[in-house]
Ligand binder design. Structure first.
Ligand code: PDD
Length: 281
């Protein structure tokens, strides 16, 4: 694999980052994941806008211009012959040469920029998207600025492991009795044809796939209600699904052991997945 590190395209084994990089020492960095379908970037403009916002909220300088960022994405797709998969991008506050809680002077410490590709042949037809997946609920104990896409992913990682241990595929996080989001996705339920998903706030990541899917739902005259919902409501829903750049629209067929509907992906999730993939290719 050819990866990108601070201005250079290198074989992955030759790409290195300093042990003093604040991304490594303090999780002081943000990231984006953009899908590639048939060699084309999906929703790239949305990811670029969110990256700029995450960086701005943390006072990290943009590592390069928007045009350069797009060029790097395209160059990595070409150099790695990527057809279907993802591009992972991470920007950290950089390497100040020592460990200190205070932010270093931006005049002397430049942000670190890393990108790499992940090939996922046939990702648009994943077996999970046909059967649907199972989720469990766990308490949401993450920090309070989940709208900033930081690399502090330890708790979501632990949540994924709790799900696996329980024989499920993923976890939906619950705060004050209401679902915030999945470990790496936005959560939805469907009741009587109405799509319910939590409204945007500091409590959840503002999903790029979420924005696109809600736009398509409105265009298809589907009813959408943006409000928090409980796990009890989810267990009694007709169907459920989640959205993310890496899974698109993923049907959920079981929540905390309760089977939804007939235990198969529901019509709303299937239709939104189809529209999303059609529009992305
Ligand atoms: N995760 N919520 C969380 C906590 C996420 O980590 C993600 C994305 C989403 C969905 O956002 P988007 O539609 O923009 O991908 C929601 C990425 C895919 C990841 O961590 O791999």
């Amino acid at each position: 694999r050819i990866v990108y590190v601070n201005g250079q395209y290198l074989p992955e084994a030759e790409a290195t980052i300093s042990i003093f990089d604040r991304g490594f020492l303090m999780a002081d960095g943000v990231y984006e994941v953009t899908s590639v379908l048939d060699g084309k970037l999906v929703d790239f403009a949305g990811h670029q806008v969110r990256l700029a916002r995450s960086l701005g909220e943390l006072d990290i300088a943009a590592p390069c211009s928007d045009g350069e960022l797009l060029a790097i994405h395209r160059e990595l797709v070409a150099r790695n012959d990527l057809t279907d998969g993802m591009i992972y991008l991470q920007v950290t506050r950089g390497n100040p040469g020592d460990r200190d809680f205070a932010f270093p002077d931006p005049a002397t410490t430049k942000p670190t920029l890393v990108l790499f590709t992940q090939s996922k042949p046939g990702m648009a037809d994943s077996p999970a998207s046909k059967t649907g997946i199972k989720v469990i609920s766990i308490e949401d104990i993450r920090w309070g600025r989940r709208d900033i896409k930081t690399v502090q992913l330890l708790y979501p990682s632990m949540g994924k492991m709790m799900a696996k241990k329980a024989g499920a595929d993923d976890a939906w996080m619950v705060e004050e009795g209401h679902v915030t989001e999945g470990t790496s996705n936005n959560a939805y339920i469907v009741k009587n044809g109405r799509i319910i998903t939590r409204q945007l706030s500091h409590e959840i990541l503002h999903g790029i796939t979420r924005a696109a899917v809600l736009r398509f739902a409105a265009e298809a005259q589907m009813e959408v209600e943006e409000r928090p919902f409980t796990i009890a409501e989810a267990m009694a829903a007709d169907e459920a699904f989640f959205t993310s750049a890496s899974a698109f629209v993923m049907p959920v067929v079981e929540i905390d052991g309760a089977v939804l509907g007939n235990g198969k992906p529901g019509p709303v999730a299937r239709r939104l997945r189809e529209i999303y993939l059609d529009e992305s290719r």
